[in-house]
Ligand binder design. Structure first.
Ligand code: FA5
Length: 366
């Protein structure tokens, strides 16, 4: 019998402390550790200062000399065995953990991901302003309008002069303007509205015999407006121009009514209120019920229950004169309204500035 086996056999004969039970429990604890972290805890539990083994060592002092010597030898044997087992278990666990890491890091270069799997790149979609611009164009095309565009950088003449606002006309103050350092001072502007596109269309029609006109003109506009819940410095309008024979204000009102019902639904009411624009006479502003409060009044509509969408009116004869169109033969109406406001009202967005923040969590909702 080896020394160690003899010591183990002697365990049974040592009554205090019970080295056999301590050894048995400690081995179970060490073998049960499933990771190196668990093993560290197990080693402290079976070999640490507060372990049953350490306690048994402290109890040796109460035995007589012979029993103390024998029990001390047995406990030392148990400690040596437990240390050996702990070391072996540590090596086994380290090898197993390393193998698991390598397996997790392995790249399967033969793997082919079919196009149909759910985690393929997500396809983007149009920003709500672009989507609304397209929907509005569709509504007007459905009503018989064509779609045209004009430049965002305009001369003073297109943005103001041809629209019946000669230099120093007080109505120019209605639009807080960005001027470009190009040509004569204050001769070139970032257009403040889409109305100058009316002038481009009238000129083209005159040159090419293209009257009558039934067109909408969407695009970006710029104003030195302080951004708030209903305003941006860069925003979008859609202009409308109809020039034909025997056109009346009733045609204009009917067009606006048809558009608002088609776009917002029949439960949203529109109203016209007398207003002033230098390029239309008579002129009106049109408003719809605020969709956020359904007319009750809220922060977005400044407690009025209504949101202004745009302006409109019968083309002022002075505009026809500016381009040389016979205003006895031709009459027209025009309107221009905010696309961003339409987005805001259609989707009940309390603050328009959200449209420009490029927050993907916001854009994803549309
Ligand atoms: C005009 O710009 C006129 N050109 C409209 C017009 C066209 C009248 C044809 C008559 C005939 P106004 O400045 O009111 O009008 O702007 C029209 C609409 O553009 C506003 O009702 C609003 O919906 C939108 N809008 C104006 N300024 C801003 C802004 N800073 N941010 C967002 N939307 C704006």
């Amino acid at each position: 019998m080896s020394d160690r086996s003899a010591a183990r056999a002697a365990v049974a004969t040592v009554s205090t402390p019970d080295a056999g039970a301590i050894r048995h429990d400690a081995l179970r604890t060490l073998e049960g550790a499933a990771s190196r972290a668990e093993l560290r805890i197990a080693v402290t539990a079976v070999l640490g200062k507060r372990s049953p083994l350490a306690l048994a060592h402290r109890q040796l002092g109460s035995l007589d000399a012979d029993a103390r010597k024998e029990a001390g030898r047995v406990l030392a044997e148990v400690r040596a065995e437990l240390e050996e087992v702990a070391e072996r278990r540590g090596s086994e666990l380290a090898a197993a953990e390393r193998a698991a890491e390598l397996e997790a890091d392995r790249l399967d270069l033969t793997e082919v991901i079919p196009a149909s799997v759910a985690d393929r790149p997500v396809r983007g979609h149009h920003h709500p302003v672009s989507a609304t611009r397209r929907s509005l164009e569709d509504v007007f095309v459905g009503m018989g309008f064509t779609v045209a565009e004009g430049p965002e950088i305009e001369t003073d003449w297109y943005n103001f002069g041809a629209l019946n606002m000669p230099p120093a006309h007080p109505a120019r103050g209605m639009w807080d303007t960005f001027y470009l350092e190009l040509g004569e001072p204050e001769s070139t502007v970032l257009r403040t509205h889409t109305s100058p596109v009316q002038i481009h269309l009238l000129e083209e029609a005159l040159a090419s015999g293209g009257l009558p006109i039934h067109a909408v003109m969407p695009g970006r506009c710029y104003r030195r407006d302080t951004p708030d819940a209903r305003h941006l410095a860069t925003f979008h309008q859609i202009e409308g121009l109809v020039v034909d024979r025997a056109v009346t204000f009733a045609d204009l009102a009917g067009t606006i009514e048809t558009f608002t019902t088609a776009y917002f639904g029949s439960d949203i009411h529109a109203r016209l209120r007398p207003a002033y624009f230098p390029f239309t006479e008579p002129s009106a502003e049109f408003e719809i019920t605020c969709t956020l409060c359904r007319g009750a009044g809220c922060r977005t509509c400044s407690q009025t229950g209504w949101i202004e969408l745009g302006g409109c009116g019968m083309v002022d004869p002075a505009v026809f004169d500016a381009v040389g169109i016979d205003n006895e033969e031709w009459q027209g109406f025009a309107f221009g309204f905010g696309i961003d406001r339409c987005v805001q009202m259609r989707h009940q967005i309390a603050d328009m500035r959200l449209l420009t923040e490029n927050d993907i969590r916001f854009a994803r909702q549309f």
